[in-house]
Design a protein around this ligand. Sequence first.
Ligand code: PLP
Ligand code: TYF
Length: 387
Amino acid sequence: LFGGLEEQKPDALLALIGMCNADPRPEKIDVGVGVYRDSAGGTPILRAVKAAEKILLETQQTKTYLGSQGDAHYVELLRPIIFGDAGDQDRIVGVQTPGGCGALRLGADLIAKANPEARIFVGQPTWPNHMPLIECAGVKMVAHPYYDRDSRSITFDAMMDALNEARAGDLLLLHGCCHNPTGADLDLDQWKAVADLVARNGLVPFVDLAYQGLGNGLEPDAAGTRLVVEAAEQALVAHSCDKNFGVYRERTGSLFIKGRNRTEAGKVFGNLMSLARTMWSMPPDHGAAVVRIILDDAELRADWNTELQEMCARIRALRARLAAFDPRLAYIDGQNGMFSMLPLSKEAVVALRSEHGIYMADSGRFNVVGLSDESVDRFAAAVVEKL
Ligand code: PLP
Ligand code: TYF
């Protein structure tokens, strides 16, 4: 049965974890996979999460099934965080998913089921997992320009020209904030221009919002998402709490979909339930239960907000420090989230690994927050030498 299978390449980002762990040099710098790190280089569990886990352990009475929609109260608590008090809420349905990945995959499956001809326009570069998650559902991807690595800037005019080719019912994959892999987000005027195009041409935004709160704060990080969702007749939002609650391995996500009216939204919900049954039947509970407990408790929620703001501030401070090191790194301060992309050849990236023990993705993407007070200047000096 299995003899005919072809060898598969491992996930390049996850492979970096093993590569860095295997390096015995104490001065090595891990700026590979996108997890938050504190100044000591660790990814500790948030205080609010630990407290909520204790409550969950003590108060949970049953582990019986919740159903394919997962924890409905978790979904409802996220709704205002993502959409604010925007109108048309009764046209937006939401379900819990296994992480943002599950939301992307479920959304792609629904698109393929609803319209096998639908195309999804995807800016380049994008998160490498977008391709397998969306294409394996059978949705055709159309690549368009987004970011130029050498000039370190968004190619907005070229992007808008390319998006003019999209037909009514085609989808736009948009990074809600903290663009992965570049860190370069649209500004509000650019989001407005995209929202106008969406409204004018009947396009369907599919927003991937995996880092809300880690760019400029929960509200500003949702501003672009709200603009395009409000402008659109139909829209999808894949959300993740894995980064902003630091519960990565708990696989804590959700998918929200706006239909043309309540009836359509209800039909969408039923289809999401039936598609979820074909993949994971029901999402894992723990992460969503923890997030629900935190958001439902004023004190825990305030503490989570404090820690989220601390994470955000640490990322911003490291960006500012890199930018101040050399004019060629100045662009890093104007970007958001954990990632930035250096215009380095693959050879230079590999050389940084062997010469300095600096572990970043082959694309030149690095995780800003993998740096510490001790390593940031060392990193900057080594990188600038290769630019
Ligand atoms: N979207 C982007 C852009 C990401 O970087 C990630 C990271 O993992 C995800 C989605 C998926 O998040 P999750 O770990 O919740 O599946
Ligand atoms: O881009 C990153 O580093 C994060 C983490 O298959 C990640 O999004 C990386 C690879 C992967 C899943 C998550």
